[in-house]
Write a protein that binds this ligand. Structure first.
Ligand code: SF4
Length: 236
Protein backbone atom coordinates (compact mmCIF):
# COMPACT_ATOMS: atom_id res chain seq x y z
CA UNK A 1 0.00 0.00 0.00
CA UNK A 2 1.35 3.41 -0.94
CA UNK A 3 2.46 5.68 1.89
CA UNK A 4 -0.06 8.37 0.91
CA UNK A 5 -3.00 5.94 1.15
CA UNK A 6 -1.71 4.76 4.52
CA UNK A 7 -1.63 8.38 5.63
CA UNK A 8 -5.23 8.95 4.53
CA UNK A 9 -6.32 5.84 6.46
CA UNK A 10 -4.43 7.08 9.51
CA UNK A 11 -6.15 10.45 9.28
CA UNK A 12 -9.59 8.88 8.79
CA UNK A 13 -9.01 6.68 11.84
CA UNK A 14 -8.12 9.79 13.82
CA UNK A 15 -11.41 11.46 12.93
CA UNK A 16 -13.27 8.24 13.72
CA UNK A 17 -11.56 7.97 17.12
CA UNK A 18 -12.70 11.52 17.88
CA UNK A 19 -16.28 10.51 17.14
CA UNK A 20 -16.76 12.34 13.82
CA UNK A 21 -19.53 10.95 11.64
CA UNK A 22 -18.67 13.26 8.75
CA UNK A 23 -15.35 14.60 7.60
CA UNK A 24 -14.72 18.28 8.28
CA UNK A 25 -14.85 20.46 5.15
CA UNK A 26 -11.29 21.62 5.83
CA UNK A 27 -10.04 18.05 5.51
CA UNK A 28 -11.98 17.39 2.29
CA UNK A 29 -10.60 20.60 0.78
CA UNK A 30 -7.08 19.70 1.81
CA UNK A 31 -7.36 16.42 -0.10
CA UNK A 32 -7.86 18.34 -3.34
CA UNK A 33 -5.35 21.07 -2.76
CA UNK A 34 -2.64 21.20 -5.42
CA UNK A 35 -0.03 21.32 -2.68
CA UNK A 36 -1.33 18.12 -1.12
CA UNK A 37 2.27 16.96 -0.77
CA UNK A 38 2.39 19.23 2.29
CA UNK A 39 -0.13 16.92 3.89
CA UNK A 40 1.34 13.65 2.76
CA UNK A 41 5.02 13.71 2.00
CA UNK A 42 6.30 14.28 5.55
CA UNK A 43 3.69 12.57 7.62
CA UNK A 44 4.92 13.08 11.20
CA UNK A 45 5.70 16.80 11.02
CA UNK A 46 2.79 17.83 8.86
CA UNK A 47 0.27 15.48 10.42
CA UNK A 48 1.08 17.32 13.62
CA UNK A 49 0.70 20.77 12.11
CA UNK A 50 -2.14 20.27 9.68
CA UNK A 51 -4.32 17.61 11.16
CA UNK A 52 -3.73 17.10 14.85
CA UNK A 53 -4.16 20.77 15.64
CA UNK A 54 -4.88 21.58 19.24
CA UNK A 55 -7.63 24.02 18.21
CA UNK A 56 -9.40 21.27 16.35
CA UNK A 57 -9.11 18.92 19.33
CA UNK A 58 -10.23 21.59 21.81
CA UNK A 59 -13.28 22.34 19.70
CA UNK A 60 -14.21 18.68 19.97
CA UNK A 61 -13.61 18.66 23.74
CA UNK A 62 -15.70 21.81 24.27
CA UNK A 63 -18.71 20.13 22.71
CA UNK A 64 -18.18 16.79 24.45
CA UNK A 65 -21.07 15.11 26.24
CA UNK A 66 -19.52 11.67 26.52
CA UNK A 67 -19.85 11.40 30.30
CA UNK A 68 -22.19 12.72 33.03
CA UNK A 69 -19.73 15.48 34.01
CA UNK A 70 -21.00 17.38 30.99
CA UNK A 71 -24.26 17.95 32.89
CA UNK A 72 -22.72 19.65 35.93
CA UNK A 73 -19.87 21.65 34.38
CA UNK A 74 -19.97 25.41 33.86
CA UNK A 75 -17.09 25.35 31.40
CA UNK A 76 -15.01 22.68 29.76
CA UNK A 77 -11.39 23.16 30.73
CA UNK A 78 -9.00 22.34 27.89
CA UNK A 79 -5.25 22.20 28.28
CA UNK A 80 -3.18 25.32 27.71
CA UNK A 81 0.40 26.36 27.10
CA UNK A 82 3.09 25.64 24.57
CA UNK A 83 1.98 22.93 22.14
CA UNK A 84 5.66 22.20 21.43
CA UNK A 85 6.58 22.07 25.10
CA UNK A 86 9.31 19.76 26.34
CA UNK A 87 7.55 19.47 29.66
CA UNK A 88 3.89 18.62 30.20
CA UNK A 89 1.92 18.60 33.46
CA UNK A 90 -1.18 16.44 33.79
CA UNK A 91 -3.50 17.07 36.73
CA UNK A 92 -6.69 15.41 37.89
CA UNK A 93 -9.76 17.48 37.01
CA UNK A 94 -10.78 21.15 37.02
CA UNK A 95 -11.65 22.55 40.44
CA UNK A 96 -14.26 25.20 41.24
CA UNK A 97 -12.11 28.16 40.08
CA UNK A 98 -11.11 26.35 36.88
CA UNK A 99 -14.74 25.47 36.17
CA UNK A 100 -15.71 29.15 36.48
CA UNK A 101 -12.79 30.51 34.45
CA UNK A 102 -12.51 27.66 31.94
CA UNK A 103 -8.74 27.46 32.41
CA UNK A 104 -6.59 24.79 34.09
CA UNK A 105 -4.82 25.39 37.41
CA UNK A 106 -5.92 28.96 38.14
CA UNK A 107 -6.93 28.58 41.81
CA UNK A 108 -4.68 28.26 44.87
CA UNK A 109 -3.35 24.89 43.67
CA UNK A 110 -2.63 26.53 40.32
CA UNK A 111 -0.59 29.28 41.99
CA UNK A 112 1.48 26.61 43.70
CA UNK A 113 2.00 24.82 40.38
CA UNK A 114 3.05 28.12 38.76
CA UNK A 115 5.64 28.61 41.53
CA UNK A 116 6.96 25.09 40.93
CA UNK A 117 7.21 25.72 37.18
CA UNK A 118 9.12 28.95 37.83
CA UNK A 119 11.41 27.27 40.32
CA UNK A 120 12.20 24.75 37.57
CA UNK A 121 13.35 27.63 35.36
CA UNK A 122 10.29 28.01 33.13
CA UNK A 123 7.25 30.23 32.88
CA UNK A 124 3.75 28.83 32.43
CA UNK A 125 3.65 29.52 28.71
CA UNK A 126 6.80 27.41 28.18
CA UNK A 127 5.10 24.23 29.37
CA UNK A 128 1.80 22.52 28.58
CA UNK A 129 -0.72 22.06 31.40
CA UNK A 130 -3.80 19.88 31.22
CA UNK A 131 -6.04 17.61 33.25
CA UNK A 132 -7.02 13.97 32.98
CA UNK A 133 -10.71 14.86 32.80
CA UNK A 134 -11.75 18.17 31.33
CA UNK A 135 -14.94 18.83 33.32
CA UNK A 136 -15.33 19.67 37.00
CA UNK A 137 -16.71 16.79 39.10
CA UNK A 138 -19.51 17.93 41.45
CA UNK A 139 -18.47 18.78 45.02
CA UNK A 140 -14.83 18.43 43.96
CA UNK A 141 -15.03 14.65 44.18
CA UNK A 142 -12.46 12.43 42.50
CA UNK A 143 -13.47 11.52 38.93
CA UNK A 144 -14.95 8.05 38.56
CA UNK A 145 -13.12 5.43 36.55
CA UNK A 146 -15.67 5.51 33.74
CA UNK A 147 -15.26 9.31 33.46
CA UNK A 148 -11.49 8.93 33.31
CA UNK A 149 -11.70 6.32 30.58
CA UNK A 150 -14.24 8.34 28.55
CA UNK A 151 -11.99 11.38 28.67
CA UNK A 152 -8.68 9.60 28.20
CA UNK A 153 -8.77 9.76 24.42
CA UNK A 154 -8.44 13.55 24.62
CA UNK A 155 -5.40 13.36 26.88
CA UNK A 156 -3.90 10.78 24.55
CA UNK A 157 -4.32 13.16 21.60
CA UNK A 158 -2.90 16.11 23.54
CA UNK A 159 0.21 14.05 24.32
CA UNK A 160 0.49 13.08 20.65
CA UNK A 161 0.26 16.72 19.58
CA UNK A 162 2.61 18.19 22.18
CA UNK A 163 4.94 15.19 22.11
CA UNK A 164 6.74 16.26 25.29
CA UNK A 165 10.10 14.91 26.41
CA UNK A 166 8.83 14.46 29.96
CA UNK A 167 5.41 14.34 31.62
CA UNK A 168 4.84 15.14 35.29
CA UNK A 169 1.66 13.47 36.51
CA UNK A 170 0.17 15.42 39.38
CA UNK A 171 -1.53 13.08 41.81
CA UNK A 172 -3.22 9.75 41.77
CA UNK A 173 -5.77 10.17 38.97
CA UNK A 174 -3.31 11.36 36.30
CA UNK A 175 -0.84 8.67 37.29
CA UNK A 176 -3.55 6.01 37.20
CA UNK A 177 -4.68 7.10 33.73
CA UNK A 178 -1.18 7.26 32.25
CA UNK A 179 -0.19 3.92 33.77
CA UNK A 180 -3.27 2.33 32.16
CA UNK A 181 -4.32 0.81 35.50
CA UNK A 182 -7.88 0.12 34.42
CA UNK A 183 -10.16 -0.59 37.35
CA UNK A 184 -7.52 -0.18 40.04
CA UNK A 185 -7.84 3.46 41.06
CA UNK A 186 -8.43 2.54 44.67
CA UNK A 187 -5.19 0.52 44.77
CA UNK A 188 -3.00 3.41 43.71
CA UNK A 189 -1.29 5.44 46.42
CA UNK A 190 0.72 8.32 45.07
CA UNK A 191 2.98 8.40 48.14
CA UNK A 192 4.11 4.85 47.28
CA UNK A 193 4.54 5.41 43.57
CA UNK A 194 6.27 8.79 43.52
CA UNK A 195 10.04 8.60 43.29
CA UNK A 196 9.74 6.01 40.50
CA UNK A 197 9.62 6.90 36.83
CA UNK A 198 7.43 5.00 34.37
CA UNK A 199 6.87 5.37 30.64
CA UNK A 200 3.83 6.29 28.62
CA UNK A 201 4.49 5.53 24.94
CA UNK A 202 8.23 5.82 25.61
CA UNK A 203 7.82 9.23 27.27
CA UNK A 204 9.12 9.27 30.84
CA UNK A 205 6.38 10.08 33.34
CA UNK A 206 7.41 11.44 36.73
CA UNK A 207 4.59 11.03 39.24
CA UNK A 208 4.29 13.45 42.11
CA UNK A 209 1.76 14.91 44.53
CA UNK A 210 -1.09 17.06 43.27
CA UNK A 211 -0.62 20.74 44.26
CA UNK A 212 -4.00 20.65 46.07
CA UNK A 213 -2.59 17.92 48.32
CA UNK A 214 0.53 20.00 48.91
CA UNK A 215 -1.60 22.93 50.07
CA UNK A 216 -2.82 20.69 52.88
CA UNK A 217 0.47 18.84 53.44
CA UNK A 218 3.17 21.43 53.03
CA UNK A 219 5.84 19.17 54.54
CA UNK A 220 5.72 17.03 51.37
CA UNK A 221 6.66 19.94 49.12
CA UNK A 222 10.31 18.98 49.23
CA UNK A 223 9.42 15.52 47.82
CA UNK A 224 7.71 17.23 44.88
CA UNK A 225 10.82 19.33 44.40
CA UNK A 226 12.87 16.10 44.26
CA UNK A 227 10.46 14.80 41.60
CA UNK A 228 10.73 18.05 39.65
CA UNK A 229 14.51 17.72 39.67
CA UNK A 230 14.19 14.18 38.31
CA UNK A 231 12.04 15.56 35.48
CA UNK A 232 14.64 18.27 34.77
CA UNK A 233 17.40 15.67 34.58
CA UNK A 234 15.41 13.81 31.93
CA UNK A 235 14.92 16.85 29.69
CA UNK A 236 17.31 16.93 26.77
S1 SF4 B 1 -15.12 14.94 31.36
FE1 SF4 B 1 -14.27 14.52 29.34
S2 SF4 B 1 -15.51 12.85 28.54
FE2 SF4 B 1 -16.66 13.77 30.22
S3 SF4 B 1 -17.97 15.29 29.23
FE3 SF4 B 1 -16.11 16.34 29.91
S4 SF4 B 1 -14.77 16.33 28.11
FE4 SF4 B 1 -16.36 14.77 27.76
Amino acid sequence: MGREIENIIEILNFYKALGFRELPQSFIHSLFKTNSHILFSEPRENTKNEILSIDFLNEKIKNCKKCPLSLSRKNVVCGEGNTNAKLMFVGEAPGVDEDIQGRPFVGEAGKLLTRLIEKMGFVRKDVYITNTVKCHPPRNREPFENEISECFDYLKKEIEIVSPQVIISLGKVATYALMGMNGKLRDLHISKIRGKVFFYNQIPVVPTFHPAYLLRNRKDKWLTWEDAQEALRRLK
